[in-house]
Design a protein around this ligand. Structure first.
Ligand code: HEM
Length: 191
């Protein structure tokens, strides 16, 4: 994945737990780089190792790390020079989710080797959303949960996101149900 992802993982850890914790995580993950270049490609294994090492070091599950990272990513990209692309993707959660493929297509202009995910969204009669996520990668469903929660927050809502139908040999996508409500005070296990 592009270095921008690993950079954001580092920033999240340093911001919340400090530079010493990050150094221990980096060593545990066997990562020799002290900085990641946003526009350079790194093996996916680097990112997965950082997540596993963070989980060990912080004593929380890899799923929680991925979810916290997903929420963080929404604020991070808004501030990291991608604010305009984020704004252009929509003014409501369903609109934004419907434009995610277009958003990654725009990002591909600057990152030609991007292997982006693909999303389909539909609105149910009860007001909930069904979201289908197709990916070249394994194990990132918890990341999507955090991303969607982060997006809901961006639009002044909270979202409960459940994986209702995981991808399998006969189904190429993960399917989530997203139940929205106006924002209350949100808590996260990673503070
Ligand atoms: C302007 C904002 C964004 C930027 C710059 C961005 C960029 C990226 C980059 C660089 C990757 C790594 C893929 C690779 O290197 O091959 C990625 C992956 C991903 N992005 Fe985005 N993204 C943005 C917004 C979003 C949003 C809002 C979502 C919400 C659902 C999202 C969902 C994902 C997911 C789930 C992946 C994991 C890749 C996979 O499943 O293979 N992204 N994105």
């Amino acid at each position: 994945m592009y270095g921008m992802i690993n950079r954001a993982v580092k920033d999240l850890i340093v911001e919340r737990f400090g530079a010493d914790t990050w150094d221990r995580i980096r060593h545990k993950a066997g990562v020799t780089e002290t900085e990641f270049l946003s526009m350079e490609q790194y093996d996916d294994a680097t990112t997965y190792s950082l997540v596993a090492a963070s989980s060990e070091e912080l004593g929380v599950s890899a799923e929680e790390i991925l979810q916290a990272f997903g929420e963080y990513w929404i604020e991070y990209t808004g501030a990291a020079g991608y604010g305009e692309i984020m704004r252009a993707a929509g003014n409501s959660l369903p609109e934004f989710l419907g434009n995610l493929d277009q958003l990654h297509t725009r990002i591909r202009f600057g990152m030609p080797q991007l292997r982006p995910p693909s999303f389909r969204v539909s609105e149910e009669a009860d007001g909930s959303l069904l979201l289908r996520y197709t990916s070249h990668r394994e194990g990132l469903a918890p990341l999507v949960v955090g991303l969607v929660k982060g997006l809901a927050k961006r639009f002044g809502e909270t979202a409960e996101v459940s994986l209702i139908s995981p991808r399998s040999e006969t189904q190429s996508y993960d399917e989530f149900r997203v139940v929205r409500s106006p924002r209350e005070t949100a808590t996260s296990s990673m503070g």
